[in-house]
Ligand binder design. Structure first.
Ligand code: GLC
Length: 546
């Protein structure tokens, strides 16, 4: 394992749902030993870091994001020993592992809340946010709009309301209570001491509440997160915090800390944050054949400290969120990508990548090419490397969390028992057709291409470290940007349409250079001070200029 503390700058991440990855003991639910048995697969694919969805004891009202015990493993998944084995086996293969850290809330089954709700003078009362009325913090939005009517729920026992930003079964912890603030740092240390490489920090904007604000991104929240960061820096150098803050770029910037005017000042909050706003704009650009919105949001994305990195993604375990678009664009995206009512959830779309892109290999490749070349470290959602389908008839977000399709055997190689959720079994995306074994055997498969994207990305550190200049190719249908470090330059070019498109570039600094596509090795004719080319439908190029 390399010990470089900036390892994440050019890393490729992979998000896995333990419940759906591989079942080792034939109970129909994926588990830690199952995941461990698939580490060779992940190593072969070439990923650097695995992000595990929550693995703690939980009633699973929110698929594990409702934690009932921060110090154990969900019995479906195995034991703490199994977890340690996963970590050491991953490290032996050069793969880092980050876990989900759910700071904002617990399950209502957590012993703290069970106590807290008993009486107003219970010693745990102040672990949560209670109020005699539901009229406080009126400016805080509701996140799960499909199911929750209020962020307050009345608890009969004491006749008071408790605060929750997500499901009512997920009461928010009270970070104004110093005992809570300290205790959650102990939770972090507990898992760090087991050897993990950091955390994906869940739902961080909502830690504190203040009257007269929208209760998001408050200064108190940043101060606490900086404290969390200090613990990591002091005791666990090289470990990272990847923040989940579904916010506009200018509200995301403070999560990196440092100095907004000087990127050489090191960040002191999150090492990484998901770039939420660019994601839906990639889908919009692909559908409309127009790069404008991607360019617009990237131009509004502030620079971040040099020791920090964005994390870019196309899909994850949640709905494709449309929180960071205008009301009109949300409607447009629903019209374009959620023709069936059942595809909508909250302010998003609960579909997987391949179905969103009409299972059109050209579009899937193009979207991934953008993912792998934009500023930031890319993250792949399990199953998207083989173009898995979804099942919108399943509850909540389960339709995008179905069992991994390993082979064409019954149970898809995921389990010998009846899986916890049905394996995708239809003509287009069924496990008989879409599975790892079949794609590994076919050199032209999406899986092989994804492996090639990963390897090529890692062989070109300019994609992790380089600056990014968006170019004007004289044609909105073409998305093009120049990534540069002192000694390398790579021009990424994407035709967003199904028609040939001309593009023209002014690149006086590179006159005389022979561009080579690092994906195919194809050489182009030497550049003049300007260059013109015609891109084939959905064509993408990663042109090395230096
Ligand atoms: C995050 C998770 C999501 C979960 C929510 C509440 O947004 O990604 O799955 O429901 O937090 O914990």
């Amino acid at each position: 394992m390399n010990t470089d503390v900036t390892w994440f700058k050019n890393a490729v991440f992979y998000e896995a749902h333990i419940r759906s990855f591989c079942d080792s003991n034939g109970d129909g639910k994926g588990d830690l030993p199952g995941l461990t048995s698939k580490l060779d697969y992940l190593q072969e694919l070439g990923i650097d870091c695995l992000w595990l969805l929550p693995m703690f004891p939980s009633p699973l009202n929110d698929d594990g994001y409702d934690i009932a015990d921060y110090h154990n493993i969900h019995p479906d998944y195995g034991t703490v020993e199994d977890f340690k084995t996963l970590i050491s086996e991953a490290h032996a293969r050069g793969i880092r592992v980050i876990a989900d850290l759910v700071l904002n809330h617990t399950s209502d089954q957590h012993p703290w809340f069970v106590e807290s709700r008993k009486s107003k003078d219970n010693p745990y009362r102040d672990y949560y946010v209670w109020s005699p009325t539901d009229q406080k913090y009126k400016d805080a939005r509701i996140i799960f709009v499909d199911t929750e009517r209020s962020n307050w729920t009345l608890d009969e026992t004491t006749g008071e309301y408790y605060w929750h930003r997500f499901y009512a079964s997920q009461p928010d912890l009270n970070y104004d209570n110093p005992v809570v603030a300290d205790t959650m740092i102990d939770v972090l240390k507990y898992w760090m001491d087991m050897g993990i490489d950091g955390f994906r920090a869940d739902a961080v904007p909502y830690l504190f509440e203040r009257e007269g604000t929208n209760c998001e991104n408050l200064p108190e929240t940043h101060a606490y997160l900086q404290r969390v960061r200090r613990v990591l820096d002091e005791d666990y150098p090289g470990a990272i915090l990847l923040g989940e803050a579904n916010q506009w770029p200018w509200d995301l910037r403070p999560y990196f800390g440092g100095d907004e005017n000087d990127p050489t000042v090191p960040g002191n909050e999150f090492h990484m944050a998901f770039h939420f706003p660019v994601m839906p704009r990639i889908f919009k650009a692909l559908k409309l054949g127009d790069a404008t919105d991607v360019l617009d949001i990237m131009s509004k994305t502030p620079s971040i400290p040099e020791n920090c990195q964005w994390c870019v993604f196309l899909r994850n375990h949640d709905e494709l969120t449309l929180e960071m678009v205008t009301t009109e664009d949300r409607q447009l995206m629903w019209n374009l990508y959620a023709p069936d009512e059942q595809m909508k959830l909250n302010l998003g779309i609960r579909r997987r990548l391949a179905p969103l892109l009409d299972n059109d290999r050209r579009k899937i490749e193009l979207a991934n090419s953008i993912l792998f070349t934009l500023p930031g470290a890319p993250i792949i959602y399990y199953g998207d490397e083989i173009g898995m389908g979804d099942n919108i008839s399943l509850f909540d977000r389960n339709g995008v969390r179905t069992p991994m399709q390993w082979n064409a055997e019954p149970g898809a190689g995921f389990s010998t028992a009846k899986p916890w959720a049905p394996v995708i079994d239809n003509n287009e995306y069924g496990y008989q057709k879409i599975n790892v074994a079949a794609q590994q055997a076919d050199p032209r498969s999406l899986w092989h291409l994804m492996k090639h994207f990963i390897a090529t990305r890692k062989a070109n550190p300019v994609l992790g470290w380089g600056s990014c200049e968006f170019l004007s190719p004289g044609n909105n249908a073409v998305l093009a940007y120049l990534r540069q470090t002192g000694d390398a330059a790579l021009l990424a070019v994407h035709n967003l349409t199904d028609r040939p498109q001309p593009a023209r570039f002014n690149l006086p600094d590179f006159a005389g250079v022979t561009p080579t596509d690092v994906l195919t090795g194809q050489e182009f004719s030497p550049l003049d001070s300007s260059a013109a080319l015609t891109l084939q439908p959905y064509q993408y190029l990663w042109l090395r200029l230096k």
